[in-house]
Design a protein. Structure first.
Length: 93
């Protein structure tokens, strides 16, 4: 996926750590920049879990909607939705 062609107003993304096979869920208004920050160890919460693979993302018309979706996906009901995503991607989470 070429992320440089498309600037999003808001995005929720899911990363898979290739080191420990754990996931990281976040939101941003610039996915390319944010992935670069994760890959270069500039994010304290993920710097020791590199490298990462982007396994899922959703685009939104604004960052607030993306943040609301992120909050939902981190809730109990949202985790059930993430399990569906993992299953569709054949990831054993």
């Amino acid at each position: 996926m070429d992320l440089s062609d498309k600037k999003m107003n808001g995005c929720v993304y899911l990363l898979l750590s290739l080191k420990d096979r754990k996931t990281y869920l976040g939101s941003t208004n610039d996915l390319s920049r944010r992935l670069n920050e994760h890959d270069n160890g500039k994010c304290k919460s993920t710097m020791h879990r590199r490298p990462f693979k982007l396994i899922y993302n959703e685009s939104f018309s604004n960052l607030n909607d993306a943040r609301l979706r992120e909050r939902y996906l981190k809730s109990r009901k949202g985790r059930m939705k993430l399990k569906e995503i993992f299953t569709s991607l054949n990831i054993g989470e």
